[in-house]
Write a protein that binds this ligand. Structure first.
Ligand code: SF4
Length: 315
């Protein structure tokens, strides 16, 4: 009471205003927390639905720890990329560059899918890659070629403005994977803080024609059957440049042809299990004879055996 008695009406009014502002801030924070909780519940539900769908389609199930790790990756990715994710104005925009002529006169089309953010008169084109930041950052010219073509389609064919092109790298950096594997909370927090999934890619209109020429050359080689799997030694070498992930980790494990590729099969069959990832990647090479149920049983048996060997330190 004394407190009030010592104040002027103007001071009391000002304090009431400040209290209302503080309450408003708290209300907004609570709303944000509520929104975040519901988004994460949505992600959990969507993840489970997708998992059930993929399992029904493929007949393959993930080991519980792999499934849990995949879910955590999605959630951590969401928390890290929330600002970008919530500002995306167009998702999965299909960009198409048709009627590119090959040397025999036939034509082909380059297509890509990107996300677009329009924010206060700025437009940013995002391409999502399942690669990690270091790999994209150290091989920018390679990624730049593809982004250049998308930017060219967006600006020239669609006539839309563009201010930036950027790659979002969804893969955890090695340091974060290591921290998770060690289950070290301090390291995980530190590496999550350091993790930067965004790589700016400069746009260079002058390089577009060269890139289209390279696409043309690759298409012609594929159609003429010129490509052959590289020798097995190449699989152990860095995918790009002198350092970085091995070709087999970076390229082969994402390659749809790996089940029929002798170089990959013989590499994977000789691989010693060093990490839990290795165990499950090596399962890709389980022979695909028998019914789906029999293949699944063989994969599970090999997974258990691989994990036991790993836990026992005998690999
Ligand atoms: S798995 Fe695919 S990328 Fe790897 S060597 Fe075989 S064909 Fe090439």
């Amino acid at each position: 009471m004394k407190h009030i008695l010592n104040k002027t009406a103007a001071q009391i009014r000002e304090e009431a205003r400040q209290r209302r502002e503080a309450l408003e801030r708290q209300r907004r924070e609570l709303e944000e927390l509520e929104q975040e909780a519901s988004t994460e519940e949505l992600i959990l539900d969507a993840f489970e639905r997708n998992y059930q769908l993929l399992t029904a389609e493929s007949g393959n199930r993930l080991a519980p720890e792999v499934k849990e790790m995949a879910l955590k990756q999605v959630l951590m990715y969401w928390r890290k990329m929330r600002d970008v994710a919530t500002s995306v104005t167009q998702t999965e925009v299909k960009l198409s560059l048709p009627n590119i002529k090959k040397s025999d006169g036939a034509t082909f089309t380059i297509e890509g899918v990107v996300d677009i953010v329009r924010d206060n008169d700025r437009t940013i084109l995002y391409d999502i890659k399942t690669h990690d930041y270091h790999q994209v950052h150290t091989n920018k010219p390679m990624y730049q070629k593809q982004l250049n073509v998308y930017a060219h389609i967006w600006q020239t064919l669609r006539g839309e403005g563009l201010n930036e092109t950027c790659i979002i790298c969804t893969s955890f950096p090695e340091e974060l994977k290591e921290a998770i594997q060690q289950d070290n909370a301090v390291m995980i927090d530190r590496e999550l803080e350091r993790w930067n999934p965004l790589v700016d890619i400069p746009f260079d209109q002058a390089a577009v024609e060269d890139t289209i020429d390279e696409f043309r050359e690759v298409v012609e080689k594929i159609e003429n059957g010129v490509f052959a799997p590289p020798p097995q030694e190449k699989l152990k070498m860095p995918a790009h440049g002198a350092t970085g992930p091995m070709f087999v980790t970076h390229v082969c494990r994402n390659c749809d042809a790996r089940f029929g590729c002798d170089a990959y099969r013989s590499y994977a069959q000789k691989t010693k299990f060093r990490t839990r990832d290795d165990v499950f990647y090596a399962l890709d090479t389980v022979d695909d004879y028998g019914s789906e149920g029999e293949q699944l049983a063989r994969r599970n048996a090999e997974a258990v055996q691989g994990l036991n060997l790993l836990d026992a330190g005998t690999t």
